[in-house]
Design a protein around this ligand. Structure first.
Ligand code: IVH
Length: 669
């Protein structure tokens, strides 16, 4: 290649500096704030562009570190052996280059034995056991010292605090993650509580690990998978690490291959890409590790990464489509969510027509415009996200810029952003749209379940001034409903009767319907099980609320605040006059279920997950997400995986679908 002119060098230097700044910003968002604005793939693209430019100007090399996750508000502690990063690629051919480089460094023609294992999309932790006791759990931090998250890591079920027959000082490493199932459930609960959902399990796991309140962490059911060791590693091969850790009672990788050549590597990776979707944690690639530790030592490490390991990462699935419009929706809690309406497109097995643009800053920065060709990405369980714009497709005369509103699109109040929140909110409690959304929610399926009282009915009745609060629903008269379009005598009396019927319902529905911040269906059920009567809930002290299974301090405080607000108290008093009749929670008494905690796994033929859950609850049981000492029975459908193995190990009784169906029919007199 011809030597660079000084003008070209200057240009490259400038671009390198820009990339440094950009990458450092994304490092901060990803590691420190657990709030990335771009996908891992986009981030890796920036890094490989930087590497390419650095290779053109070797004097500029290596200024970017490995990121730093220290949050600044936790104590830190040093790792005995540094925790490094991994070199990675998205290109299969590069695997052969990595292998060639390793053989060159070792000056050998022979094949190298590798272990290949899943790359878990969680966050790295280092467990330091001193004299067999778990002394510290640290995040990777800057590689040399990390945040002390010991108390939070100790909430992980199945992680032993003591291990026997190990050196006085031993470092065990792995990844903290959140089960896809738990993640989905937390998001469902958040959506039902009117809050912004988390983008993916990794961000939620990493945000959770850094919380200051371990009890709140415990409720998030974090998990850990261990795959490596730092100080105190006396083993000769990487492949011995996993059985060694498992013998100590730790949870380690069970999915790995030892390969002696790269002949079938493309097929092995293809198979893994298929199978990884069945694993309970998110994976974003495979990690190759030289198996012999003696060879690892010979190869050593660079400032950023070991020379004996590398990762091949899977490209996320993407598609191009047109952005038709963006709506700024105001929810019942005032949160403003931009929603992208897309020309529908097929992606990872489903049809995508909408994408939540949950990050307002990001759309503005990407300068997305209506009519643009956008790139939609879905990786793992991540909600479809718009990750880029094809500027080359934008018409010559340009398109109109998209502007995130500064004011509520409905009531014009100036939007606010609370400290430490990403969401913009309309602060006006009298905002018509919030009121409409609150009433829609009140009548919805998981709340009072008033059939036929949907969005269009609510909007019309508000418009005609017939309702202003949920309590007004119960004062509606025949002539009010005749105002509705297409409502004849039959539909009017049906709707009135549905309203009347809703007065007799389960208590949890009513609690959920109130729309207390942070409370959705699940917590409403926990509260209903505890209080039996709503009056006692309204006056419950903080300490009592916090003692309830499934409720943390933040939620408890939210409930207290709700019942101290005069507007809410007003509504509450109005509702008290209506004469609701709440059925006892355990309508049927079934000794096989009553007071027992169940976990569901695998697929059932006759019941969906939700049906099974509802039946268990109806018969007096509880459903938990994860196995723990409190779980009494695991119900396993077909294709049950890890949970079934774990239940066997823990001697937790297991029911098949047939057992479950049979027990349901057993109702005590
Ligand atoms: S080995 C020093 N094995 O990937 C060798 N890392 O991109 C590096 N990771 O910080 C660790 N799954 O958090 C290793 N099976 C696995 C992994 C894994 C995920 C993470 C780890 C590391 C990051 C580097």
């Amino acid at each position: 290649m011809a030597a660079l002119t000084s003008k070209e060098k200057k240009k490259i230097q400038k671009k390198i500096l820009q990339l440094y700044a950009e990458i450092e910003r994304h490092n901060r968002l990803y590691y420190k704030d657990s709030r990335p604005e771009i996908s891992d793939f986009e981030y890796d693209c920036l890094k490989s562009e930087l590497l390419h430019l650095e290779s053109l100007l070797p004097s500029e090399m290596g200024k970017i570190g490995i990121g730093d996750d220290r949050s600044g508000n936790l104590l830190t502690h040093k790792h005995h052996v540094p925790m490094l990063s991994l070199e990675n690629t998205y290109n299969l051919d590069d695997i052969f280059d990595f292998d060639a480089r390793i053989r060159k460094l070792l000056a050998t023609e022979k094949n190298i034995e590798y272990v290949i294992e899943p790359k878990i999309d969680g966050l790295a932790v280092n467990l330091i056991y001193e004299k067999g006791q778990l002394k510290y759990a640290l995040t990777r931090g800057n590689g040399f010292e990390g945040d002390d998250v010991t108390e939070n890591v100790k909430t992980i079920e199945d992680l032993p605090f003591h291990i026997a027959n190990v050196p006085d000082l031993i470092e065990i490493r792995g990844e903290v993650y959140m089960d896809d199932e738990v993640f989905q459930e937390i998001n469902t609960e958040r959506a039902s509580a009117g809050e912004i959902v988390f983008a993916n399990a990794r961000n939620l796991a990493s945000g959770t690990l850094k919380l200051m309140d371990s009890e709140a962490v415990r409720l998030r059911h974090l998990k850990i998978l261990l795959y490596g060791m730092g100080e105190g590693n006396c083993l000769e091969k990487q492949s011995e690490v996993y059985p060694f850790l498992r013998n100590l009672g730790l949870i380690s990788q069970t999915y790995y291959h030892v390969i002696t050549n790269l002949d079938n590597i493309a097929a092995i990776i293809r198979d893994f890409d298929r199978e990884r979707k069945q694993l309970p944690y998110a994976t974003d690639g495979v990690v190759f590790k030289v198996n012999e530790r003696a060879l690892q030592e010979k190869l050593g490490v660079t400032a950023k990464a070991p020379r004996w390991a590398f990762a091949y990462k899977f490209e996320p699935e993407r598609a191009e489509t047109i952005l038709r419009s963006v709506t700024f929706q105001v929810g019942r809690t005032g949160v403003v969510t931009p929603v992208a309406e897309l020309e529908s497109v097929y992606l990872s097995g489903s049809c995508v027509a909408r994408a939540t643009l949950h990050n307002a800053d990001d759309i503005m920065k990407k300068d997305i415009r209506i009519g643009d060709t956008v790139i939609v990405e879905k990786s793992g369980e991540i909600i479809p996200a718009i990750v880029g714009v094809k500027l080359e497709n934008r018409p010559e005369n340009g398109l109109e810029k998209l502007i995130f509103p500064k004011n509520c699109p409905h009531c014009s109040a100036q939007l606010i952003r609370l400290p430490e929140e990403v969401a913009w909110r309309c602060p006006n409690a009298d905002c018509q749209e919030q009121i409409i959304q609150k009433i829609i929610y009140f009548a919805s399926k998981t709340a009072m379940n008033i059939d036929g009282f949907g969005e269009s009915v609510v909007r019309k009745l508000i418009e005609f001034g017939k309702i202003k609060t949920p309590a007004d629903i119960y004062a509606l008269q025949k002539e009010d409903l005749y105002l509705l379009e297409n409502f004849g005598e039959k539909s009017v009396s049906r709707l009135l009767s549905n309203i009347e019927c809703s007065k007799k319902t389960e208590l949890w529905r009513f609690i959920n319907a109130l729309g207390i911040p942070s409370i959705g269906e699940k917590i409403a059920k926990d509260l209903a099980n505890h209080f039996y009567h709503w009056d006692t809930l309204a006056v419950a002290p903080l300490a009592e609320l916090e003692r309830i299974r499934g409720i943390g301090r933040k939620v408890a405080q939210g409930i207290l605040n709700y019942f101290h607000d005069s507007k809410n108290l007003n509504l509450f008093q109005q509702l008290q006059k209506i004469g609701f009749e709440f059925e006892k929670i355990t309508a049927q008494y079934n000794p096989h279920f009553e007071q027992k905690v169940f976990v569901l796994t695998g697929t059932m033929q006759q019941f969906t997950r939700n049906q099974a859950k509802a039946l268990i609850e109806k018969n007096g049981g509880f459903v938990a997400n994860a196995l723990s000492v409190n779980v009494n029975i695991l119900i396993a459908g077909t294709d049950a995986g890890q949970k079934l193995d774990a239940a066997h190990k823990k001697n937790i009784p297991i029911w098949t679908e047939a057992d479950f169906a049979e027990k349901l029919t057993h109702i005590a007199p």
